[in-house]
Write a protein that binds this ligand. Structure first.
Ligand SMILES: [Zn+2]
Length: 305
């Protein structure tokens, strides 16, 4: 590892992303340009190589959630550029047709009846009303998302079904925003460039959940993915990944489930002194080569602690 440390990059989707309110998509052209920059200025690496000595800063490319475009769009580019990628798969969504709840929420708010000024969420702890109608759709999305995030994932889907029925509007995710099927996961895992890693069974926010529940979803995702892929699963990423999305119980559970590392989305460079179960990452957006290079310059300038 160099003095300024290694950089772990966090992507989600590599797609044109016509409907992409949460800005999860990087276009294939920008992804290719970004990987070229990584190869030019860094040492493309896997998470297991993170602490090995290197002349150039190690760079690990990770993709979260397990979208199908990781296979169809990201993999061919990674293979062409010979850059390893790590894919954190939400194991319970493999082969799932329902879609991730944030993609469903995006459709629901877009297709709401004209003049709808609030969303009414009949949660198990009472009805929550959230005002809508900001001139920027992302503001509405974020305010509804904030209320849904702490709930069990099954309840979030039930609430989305309820509102979809109330409004007579679709809550189907965009067709291209689907997760990998089991056979697609096997195909992805078969590439020498790919490390499959875990991301819980259902993408629940772990923070505050009973320790046993956390351990169950963390270790089951590992077991399920090992069975599906036929490979050892050694790395984990906390869903959402910020300080408010996991706690000490999550870290203990990841360690006792036998993982080598766990990634957060807390920004920073990974240092020799970094806790392997709280590794920082840099979120990459749909940046051009030039914009990515600017980000790279900034990340490398992070002062030493
Ligand atoms: Zn995720």
């Amino acid at each position: 590892m160099t003095r300024s440390g290694s950089i772990i990059l966090c992507y989600h989707r590599v797609a044109e992303g016509v409907e992409d309110p949460f800005q999860l998509c990087v276009t294939p052209a920008n992804f290719a340009a970004q990987l070229e920059e990584i190869a030019r200025h860094g040492e493309p690496s896997t998470l297991s190589e993170l602490s090995d000595p290197s002349q150039r800063p190690r760079v690990v490319v990770t993709l979260d959630d397990g979208y199908v475009d990781n296979l169809t769009n990201a993999l061919p580019i990674a293979e062409a550029k010979e850059i390893p990628i790590t894919v954190f798969v939400t194991s319970g969504d493999v082969g799932g047709r329902r879609g991730f709840w944030w993609d469903r929420l995006g459709t629901l708010l877009r297709s709401r009846p004209p003049g709808t000024h609030e969303i009414c969420l009949p949660t198990s702890e009472g009805t929550v009303r959230v005002g809508l109608g900001s001139s920027r759709p992302i503001v509405d999305l974020q305010s509804v998302r904030r209320h849904l995030l702490p709930l069990p994932v099954a309840e979030i889907h039930r609430l989305l079904d309820d509102v979809s029925e109330q409004w007579g509007s679709s809550a189907a995710p965009p067709p291209d925003a689907r997760s990998l099927t089991a056979s697609e996961l096997v195909q992805l895992a078969a590439s020498e460039m790919v490390t499959i890693a875990a991301h819980t069974v259902d993408h629940v926010r772990l923070r505050g959940l009973p320790a046993q529940d956390q351990l169950d979803t963390i270790s089951s995702s590992r077991k399920d993915l090992e069975q599906l892929s036929g490979q050892a699963i050694s790395h984990f990423a906390y869903p959402y990944g910020g300080l408010d999305s996991f706690d000490d119980c999550s870290v203990d559970a990841v360690r006792s489930a036998g993982f080598e590392t766990a990634c957060t989305t807390i920004p920073g460079n990974a240092k020799v002194t970094s806790d392997p179960y709280r590794l920082p990452r840099r979120i990459v957006m749909n940046w051009s080569r030039l914009r990515f290079r600017a980000g790279w310059e900034r990340w490398r300038l992070v002062p030493q602690h």
